[in-house]
Design a protein around this ligand. Structure first.
Ligand SMILES: N=CN[C@@H](CCC(=O)O)C(=O)O
Ligand SMILES: [Zn+2]
Length: 412
């Protein structure tokens, strides 16, 4: 049951052997083959090369990609797509002048989403979430990380994680689950943050581990949310259960969250809108992937991650959507790479590397996804006829995707 894609104008992100990630100057290198073929068998990439070497066997299906390009599907390593309802009301409040912080202090923000989620049944939450997952798959996403963190009680955090598990089981794309119980202090623990952390560590974490509901652990390490000491307490507890950290840091203030992440061998540190020199230096020569979330900066009108400075300092970088109801109600990775180029001055090569192989690394999927490599899953984007891959970020807000293939099967 092999499929041949032939006459591909340009096959993008081609690597003979699997690599972990690209960093610094290498981020500006995007290996491609012009005039290419690609063979997919049983959901995996089995062969590729130039058209002169195109095999002539009998294929189950032959797709002529004349004028079109193929690249690995996007790897979105930071989302919160399991949530209930939306926060359109707060959106209008912000248009009228309230800040994200003021809204949160008035009982809105994460606590608003938590209230809605607590009142939503598991089947209803699943239905709302699967619609978002299908939406992002149609936008070219082939792997996604999803966080809990709108439950904030034992029952509701487990409800969120069970919904993520059902998505993992029912959809062909790779889904990774992250336990983010320490996303905000719930109203019931308003004056007892330490008590809430004890609940997470003593009651919730053991259940999460027993039901095998998460692969990663996260904390919102931020002024007014969780301190570095709180963060270390949670990460230490998570490690006991084999959960690797992927944490929210430096969104509004720089308080040492990056250093805590590096100390605990975090797979990624995410947001990074506010970066000091010492924060950039702390990430050098580590295995922790910095992740920027430009849709959040766009939506909240907060600074963009200083990625130019970071890449020029030799760091790697991944891009993700942060799809959530409060700070980024969009799961469009195409918009993310456009915004990264337009607002953060990344080149198209850097942005595509950040949204494919580096995003895969930030989910522990670098051996399965993120590049065109034999043996990797055939999660692919087939573009419409375009002149160059740079046209994808250039023509922001327009759709250059003709089809998306997950494990070799066309989903649109
Ligand atoms: N900053 C923390 N968490 C989310 C937003 C949460 C919300 O506003 O609902 C984020 O990554 O931006
Ligand atoms: Zn987030």
């Amino acid at each position: 049951m092999a499929t041949l894609f032939k006459n591909i104008k340009e096959l993008i992100q081609v690597h003979e052997a699997s690599i972990a990630f690209v960093s610094g100057k290498d981020m500006n290198v995007l290996p491609t083959i012009k005039g290419a073929f690609l063979v997919v068998e049983d959901g995996l990439i089995t062969d590729f090369g130039t058209m002169e070497n195109c095999p002539s066997n009998d294929f189950y299906e032959v797709i002529d990609a004349t004028g079109k390009m193929i690249l690995p599907a996007w790897c979105d390593s930071h989302t919160h797509i399991v949530y209930a309802g939306n926060r359109e009301g707060e959106f209008v409040d912000r248009i009228k002048g309230l800040s994200y912080e003021e809204i949160a202090n008035n009982g809105g923000g994460i606590l608003n989403s938590a209230k809605k989620l607590q009142e939503t049944s598991e089947p209803d939450l699943y239905d709302q979430s699967k619609a978002r997952l299908e939406e992002v798959m149609h936008l070219g996403t082939g792997a996604v990380e999803i966080k809990s963190g709108y439950g904030l009680t034992l029952e509701s955090e487990l409800k969120m994680l069970r919904v993520i598990k059902c998505l993992q089981e029912n959809y062909p794309i790779e889904v990774k689950a992250t336990f983010l119980g320490a996303h905000a202090v719930p109203a019931t623990y308003k004056n007892d943050k330490s008590g809430y952390l004890s609940l997470l560590i003593d009651k919730v974490l053991p259940k999460v581990a027993k039901e095998n509901l998460a692969q990663y652990i996260d904390v919102f390490c931020e002024t007014g949310y969780f301190t570095v000491a709180d963060t270390e307490r949670i990460l230490k507890a998570g490690k006991k259960y084999g959960l690797t950290p992927k944490i929210h840091v430096n969104q509004f203030t720089a308080i040492g969250g990056i250093q805590a992440g590096v100390k605990f061998n975090a797979l990624s540190v995410d947001h990074l809108e506010i970066m000091r020199d010492e924060d950039i230096n702390a990430l050098k020569n580590t295995t922790t992937m910095p992740v920027a979330l430009p849709s959040c900066s766009y939506f909240l009108s907060i600074p963009y991650t200083p990625v130019r400075q970071m890449i020029d300092a030799g760091l790697p970088l991944a891009l993700a959507t942060d799809y959530n109801p409060g700070s980024a109600p969009s799961g469009n990775m195409n918009f993310v790479i456009s915004t990264a180029c337009i607002k953060m001055k990344m080149t198209p090569e850097e942005a595509i590397n950040a949204a494919t192989i580096n995003g895969a690394y930030a989910m522990g999927l670098e051996n399965k996804l993120g590049s065109i490599t034999k043996g990797k899953q055939a999660n692919l984007i087939l573009t419409k006829p375009i002149n160059s891959y740079g046209f994808i970020p250039y023509a922001f807000g327009n759709n250059q995707i003709e089809s998306v293939f997950i494990k070799g099967k066309e989903i649109i």
